[in-house]
Design a protein around this ligand. Structure first.
Ligand code: HEM
Length: 158
């Protein structure tokens, strides 16, 4: 290529390289970025069918929370209420609540105890590697719930 032609070409088709200063992308945590991009939450809870093993697991934790509340109430009561249990029992009796009202309160208070206890047996047995067959998992879920209902009713009738 002749020098004049080279000059012509290079003047016409000169590559211009533009430099733009580096701008650091905004620091955004994973959840905020997902929200901004309207991505679904992961794991996406609604894709899971509410199976019995999942429900019993949630129920075990929920009843555990109720029992924790009972235990705290008893502990705080024993610290700050100076009278004996009999005082409070007679206070409740003086309210003259009907038999059925008391029965219902007993059922509501007692069920978390009974359910947590019987359902716990499943977890304890699973921890030894037994009864993990899915059919048995479903069977024992129902048996634990039934046993809890029976025990609650028996205790409430006392
Ligand atoms: C007042 C008595 C009790 C309280 C306050 C209590 C509390 C709790 C709580 C809060 C949980 C949920 C833990 C979690 O999900 O991270 C739990 C789970 C459990 N509890 Fe209890 N509990 C009590 C009695 C019992 C008893 C008597 C048993 C055994 C017969 C038992 C066996 C279990 C088992 C096996 C679990 C499930 C653990 C797992 O998820 O692997 N609990 N309990």
């Amino acid at each position: 290529m002749s020098p004049s032609l080279l000059n012509f070409v290079s003047s016409r088709y000169r590559h211009e390289v533009k430099f733009t200063p580096y701008v650091r992308p905004p620091i955004m945590d994973h959840d905020r970025k997902n929200m901004m991009l309207k991505r679904p939450m992961s794991p996406h809870l609604t894709v899971y069918a509410p199976t019995i093993p999942a429900m019993t697991s949630i129920a075990q934790r929920a009843t555990g929370a109720v029992l924790t509340f009972y235990a705290f109430s008893l502990a705080i009561g024993s610290l700050f209420l100076s009278n004996g249990v009999e005082t409070y029992v007679s206070m409740i009796q003086s309210l003259n609540l009907g038999y059925f009202s008391i029965l219902i309160v007993k059922l509501i208070l007692g069920f978390p105890f009974a359910y947590h206890y019987f359902n716990a047996m499943r977890y304890i047995i699973w921890n030894t590697g037994r009864m993990l067959d899915i059919k048995i998992v479903y069977q024992t879920a129902k048996q634990a719930a039934l046993a809890a209902v029976v025990l609650t009713v028996l205790f409430a009738l006392i």
